[in-house]
Design a protein around this ligand. Structure first.
Ligand code: ATP
Length: 357
């Protein structure tokens, strides 16, 4: 198992600075995701790790080895992309063996290693098929076997599941996690799919415009975004503008357009003092609806539009001053006519995230 370290990494394309002096440490054996809006630099960072781009400044270390300028085929990374890129004229076994032939591995060993790699992705029965005789999910398993068979130092995955249908994606994402953990492979995974990241990542980095905004576990990033862009990018949220009334240890009291809240700073290293203008971020699933007023963090309003989705309903909760808050209710009680009257929405202080950027 190796760590991957990126130090002050800068990559430019002409005038466009795609990565601005990034610092990042990925721990040995970690399944690490790169997330962020289109054009934020995810692919550029992954391709720099793979060796397809040479950065203008900075360093990339695999363990203690500086690989910044090492050619891609000497880095010993396993890669998997959106397109499976399997050779159509070769059988599954030949496709998986390809990288080993190139590395001049003896024939007997190739046989054993191909069989092992196919077994690890549960595809041993398909060794003699051609790729066009396999489903999309099966082809992606072969692409994974091909990445594993070379016994890479780390895995680099670029949107590996985006060509698969929803059900297969679910199946394959847990499969990818299983394989990474079984082989104890440090893995860097680029995706647009937050659910993919939230469900299987050990940690993730959120990038924007070539900068890393936040690094953390899925729960840390989702529950405590340190900035507006992160709160907005991961999951859904409502932003309310507010003013800090007072700060008491970890707790901050804020006056907003829909009432007073007790909350917490998203980034405790950048708190704000009384009087400061801030943004309050509250996620739709954090509210609870009641018919009676509660003691604190309560907003009075009515349900406007609602969408019933079975296990959950999505409401537009319209407050006294006309602000619309998004509220998700599990096991919905307030859909239909039962929701006509005034209701009280409450939220736990830990779910009121006060942002100071
Ligand atoms: P997406 O989610 O859309 O794939 P991304 O986060 O992977 O985006 P990158 O492909 O890394 O983003 O691009 C980062 C920035 O660098 C963008 O502004 C992009 O236009 C620019 N860029 C990337 N590759 C090149 C290139 N070969 N030549 C010029 N500019 C490039």
């Amino acid at each position: 198992m190796i760590s991957i370290q990126v130090k002050q990494l800068t990559k430019q394309f002409g005038n466009v600075v795609a990565l601005h002096g990034l610092d990042l440490t990925i721990n040995p054996g970690e399944l690490f995701f790169l997330l962020g809006p289109s054009g934020c630099g995810k692919t550029t960072l992954l391709r720099s790790l793979a060796g397809f781009y040479i950065p203008e400044k900075g360093q990339i270390l695999f363990g203690n080895e500086d690989v910044t300028r090492l050619e891609p085929h000497k880095r010993n990374t396993g890669m998997m992309f959106q397109s499976y890129a399997l050779w159509p004229h070769m059988t599954v076994a030949e496709n998986v063996a390809f990288g080993l032939h190139e590395r001049k591995v003896p024939a007997e060993e190739i046989k054993t290693r191909v069989a092992e790699a196919l077994a690890s992705v549960k595809m041993e029965k398909y060794a003699e098929r051609k790729p066009n005789q396999l489903s999309g999910g099966q082809q992606q398993r072969i692409a994974l076997a091909r990445a594993l068979v070379i016994r890479p130092r780390c895995l680099l995955l670029d949107e590996p599941l985006s060509n698969l249908d929803a059900k297969l994606r679910l199946e394959m994402r847990t499969e990818i996690r299983r394989v990474c953990k079984e082989f104890q492979l440090t893995t860097v995974y680029v995706t647009h799919d937050q659910k993919e990241a939230l469900s299987i990542a050990d940690r993730m980095a959120i990038l924007e415009s070539g900068h890393i905004l936040q690094v953390g576990t899925p729960r840390e990033v989702y529950k405590r975004p340190t900035r507006k862009v992160v709160a907005n990018f991961i999951g859904e949220t409502d932003f309310l503008t507010g003013k800090v009334l007072s700060v008491d240890g970890d707790h901050v009291f804020v006056e907003t357009t829909v009432g007073r809240f007790q909350g917490v700073f998203g980034d405790p290293t950048r708190p704000a003092a009384a009087g400061a203008e801030v943004t309050v971020s509250i996620r739709p699933e954090c509210w609870e609806l009641h018919r009676d007023a509660e003691r604190k963090n309560v907003v009075t309003g009515r349900i406007g539009d609602s969408i019933y989705l079975g296990e959950v309903a999505q409401y537009d909760f319209v407050t006294a001053n006309g602000t619309k808050l998004k509220i998700f209710e599990r096991n919905p009680r307030f859909v239909d006519g039962s929701a006509r009257g005034e209701l009280y929405a409450t939220v736990e202080p830990e779910d009121v995230v006060v942002l100071t950027d």
